[in-house]
Design a protein around this ligand. Structure first.
Ligand code: TYD
Ligand code: MG
Length: 470
């Protein structure tokens, strides 16, 4: 029988090469060959299938009982919100984020409350020693915690421990430190991360079955992943495909607020966010986060416009700041927390449709508090903050705006506009420029929830309204 051998698989075309090459011999892409273990039994020859004794059973969809997933609340309300209600039995969650943002802290807190509610937990630490974890636990006020800790980075040993102890929830902190003896590449390399994640995922999925049949209690696994400088989870995107749920930590490490966002969730809604505040005693959930991303100006300042963003189920108010300043021969366009390409597009729309030119100006745009806004409803606020900075004129007190801007200069409605309006009214905002289509159909006056609303259909109209206000 052929011995297990390593092979190199192209991450672009899937072509296989027996040795490492700089260029894939199949698709000629550079630097795409990744080491992996050759599975000798994986060649799907006719012979192999014919020799199988039994075929698998095929079931009609209607006959399958739709069992709701058993969810275990983690005791961290905001974490449960992004998970869609709690940890799913046998589910695999990948949680990514910058170093030092609070991944280990959050998971240790969650494990402790799970353990207290009678779940069996295991915390596998590859980055810190047991003593360091204990120190953190003490800092978090979790003295005498019953969470089991395993300081190990060998995949085979971790799997054997999981098999023997069969915890309900296991955390692997982090997947980049785990290595498999079957591969020669270093821990953290693409092939190691992929191989180890695949094995752990397979374990979680298979752990509910005792001897291939029946339903035992399956292990849920949480993988901690680091984020590279480019902002992607280190290791291949395949990691995201393998797991059931992908969560990202966002936020500025200098501010105390952290967002956990669901990027993918087989068991719940995506784009749901959980909001936490980093305190002396670890992460605390913020149940009413709508006003945390506003900076407190005593008087309105130029270049600032508040918008209402709706991420997941909760509306939040975020301040967009812009600074427009005379630039050199090649002016800079920089955005933090907002899409850079979209900024370039918006500047073009502003020029073409509202006649406001920023060609010779540096333009910087920032979403306050380290929050990332991906929805186009921020467009109008971005444009208004830019023009406000350009003119050096602040927007009126209590002003906010939202709405998507199209290339033709039209202002498109944002989803669930009335909810956004209500939230802003609740927080004491009073004047708004919003897409006309976001207003209730039969609204007689321009008064809604005590707000003075200026409905607009085009960018130039929005500019005119604002000029009249300030
Ligand atoms: P950590 O969970 O170690 O981050 P990660 O695992 O994502 O790398 O978080 C460490 C940061 O959190 C560190 O900068 C200190 C801060 N922190 C607090 O402010 N309060 C606390 O109670 C703890 C435990 C950490
Ligand atoms: Mg950590």
């Amino acid at each position: 029988m052929a011995k297990d051998k390593n092979q190199y698989v192209c991450s672009d075309c899937g072509g296989i090469s027996p040795k490492w090459l700089g260029k894939c011999p199949h698709c000629h892409a550079w630097n795409t060959l990744i080491e992996s273990v050759a599975e000798t039994s994986s060649a799907p020859t006719k012979n192999r299938f014919a020799s199988l004794a039994k075929t698998a059973e095929v079931t009609v969809l209607g006959d399958i009982e739709a069992i709701d997933f058993a969810r275990t609340p983690t005791g961290q309300e905001e974490l449960d919100r992004v998970l869609g209600g709690g940890m799913v039995e046998g589910g695999v969650v990948l949680i990514g984020g910058d170093p030092g943002i609070g991944k280990s802290t959050l998971l240790l807190q969650a494990l402790d409350s799970l353990q207290r509610s009678g779940q069996r937990t295991l915390y596998v630490t590859g980055e810190e020693s047991g003593a360091q974890v204990a120190l953190r636990a003490r800092r978090l006020g979790l003295d005498g915690s019953q969470v089991s800790v395993l300081a190990e980075i060998g995949l085979e040993k971790i799997l054997a421990t999981l098999e023997a102890t069969r915890p309900d929830i296991a955390v692997i902190d982090s997947i980049q430190t785990v290595y498999s003896e079957q591969l020669t590449s270093a821990p953290g390399s693409v092939s190691q991360v992929r191989e180890c994640a695949a094995h752990l995922t397979r374990f979680a999925k298979a752990s509910g079955q005792v001897d291939g049949v029946g339903r035992g209690r399956a292990t849920s696994i949480v993988l901690v992943g680091h984020v590279t400088k480019e902002g992607a989870l280190a290791g291949p995107r395949v990691l995201e495909h393998m797991v059931d749920t992908v969560l990202y930590f966002e936020g500025d490490t200098h501010s105390s607020f952290r967002l956990v966002r669901a990027i993918k969730n087989r068991f719940g809604a995506v784009n749901e966010i959980g909001v936490f505040a980093m305190t002396e005693k670890g992460l605390k959930g913020v149940s009413n986060p709508s006003a945390i991303f506003l900076s407190q100006h005593a008087e309105p300042v130029p270049g600032s416009c508040v918008m209402v963003t709706l991420e997941g189920t909760r509306p939040m108010l975020v301040e967009i700041q812009a600074l427009v300043d005379s630039g050199g021969p090649s002016p800079r366009r920089l955005s933090v927390g907002l899409d850079k390409d979209r900024l370039a597009m918006l500047l073009a729309v502003l020029h073409r449709h509202a006649g406001v030119a920023c060609m010779d100006q540096d333009v910087f745009v920032n979403a306050v508090g380290g929050v990332k806004i991906s929805e186009p409803a921020a467009d109008l606020a971005v444009l208004l903050s830019i023009t406000s900075s350009l003119r050096g004129k602040p927007l009126p007190k209590g002003f906010f705006a939202f709405g998507e801007v199209g290339l033709a200069g039209e202002v498109r409605p944002a989803p669930r506009g009335q909810e956004r309006l209500k939230e802003a009214a609740k927080l004491g905002f009073s004047v708004a420029v919003v897409p006309k289509a976001n207003l209730p159909k039969n609204l007689k006056s321009r008064d809604f929830e005590g707000l003075t609303i200026h409905p607009v259909e085009r960018v130039e109209q929005a500019m005119e309204v604002v000029r009249g206000l300030s």
